[in-house]
Ligand binder design. Sequence first.
Ligand SMILES: NC(=O)c1ccc[n+]([C@@H]2O[C@H](COP(=O)([O-])OP(=O)(O)OC[C@H]3O[C@@H](n4cnc5c(N)ncnc54)[C@H](O)[C@@H]3O)[C@@H](O)[C@H]2O)c1
Ligand SMILES: [Zn+2]
Length: 367
Amino acid sequence: MQTISIDTKHKHYEVYVGSHIYESALSLYTHQLQKADHVVIFVDEVVANLHGEKLQKPLETISGKAVHVFKLPAGESSKAVETFMACHSFLLEIGCTRKSIIFALGGGACGDVVGFVASTFMRGIPFFQCPTTILAHDSAVGGKTAINHPQGKNMIGSFYQPEAVLFDVSTLSTLPQQEILSGMAEVIKHALISDQQWLQELLEFPSFADISSTQYLAFLVKGIQVKAAIVEEDEYEQSVRKYLNLGHTYGHAIEASTGFGKITHGESVAIGLVIALLLSEEKQLLDQGNARKLFEALTKFGYSFDSVLEHGIDELLSYMKRDKKASFGELHFVLLEQIGKPCMNIVSVEDVTLAHEQLRKWIKEVH
Ligand SMILES: NC(=O)c1ccc[n+]([C@@H]2O[C@H](COP(=O)([O-])OP(=O)(O)OC[C@H]3O[C@@H](n4cnc5c(N)ncnc54)[C@H](O)[C@@H]3O)[C@@H](O)[C@H]2O)c1
Ligand SMILES: [Zn+2]
């Protein structure tokens, strides 16, 4: 089991990563778990059937009490306000108090809604993140919680750090291919903003299936370390935390215009990463050729770029201008000065249009 410490101004906590780690990681919290008046697992309904018992059994043994389990709709639909309310109702019905502890077992969606429930139930109770997707190596760390409003994704939320993150990578064995692509996009993003050599190593794999479980573990730990270092420096996204949004401005526009759920978050981010590199090259920050290299590697891994052909730049721009990170109507993009060296940049509509057109050309060439 590997341990990564996260030190924010308001909270110090650990991220435990490894295969079958629940029992050993939970035992480090025996006192806290035994003191709790109720222990509740909120779990994605798909994950409940596949991996629910892995967490529930050791948790019951270590806490010395029956653990309540509440299933959430699978994936993004759990971030609806109705699910948020249902979680609160459940906690109230079983008599939870400020002395109760809750667990989130599932992907990023489950972690986001349960984190927000934890941050709001009786003004805040402790919670543990137990991520079960590759993508959640990113989302479970850093304390951003959220649910969706019909008018926008992640519009209601808070910054609220967990007690600990327990990442049992053995749960990843059941991930569907699309979720592997989604999660690996965030791993590639972490490499792009931190380490040229690591990026090269990643892009050279013939396919994600060629990555061994030991290598996966090492990459996830590396990704968490990149995120941890940034979150420690800037918990509330006033400065360097913005770098984690590399690929997200254009990516979110693709995700929103394609329709949430039709394309995964990471698949849209992958497309956004190529645009970010194209823009970095246009602005002569980054050496030519990096964007093309990334595009070719992502195509090899099986990412689809079709959505770029399906949406015109005006439609995408209308989303980009509404982005939470946009301010005063200007487009703020995270770009790269070098691989491993992100920077913030104001980008014009013309710049984005050029990058979008260039990417469309490449996509048509490989079709
Ligand atoms: N808080 C943050 O900092 C942050 C960062 C990035 C993304 N996010 C959020 O994370 C969410 C996406 O998370 P995600 O990609 O993990 O997707 P997800 O939670 O929607 O899960 C994707 C699908 O995989 C299934 N699944 C989960 N684990 C599985 C497993 N081990 N085996 C088989 N199936 C499994 C789920 O049932 C679901 O259908 C988005 O809502 C996004 O906004 C948050
Ligand atoms: Zn993301």
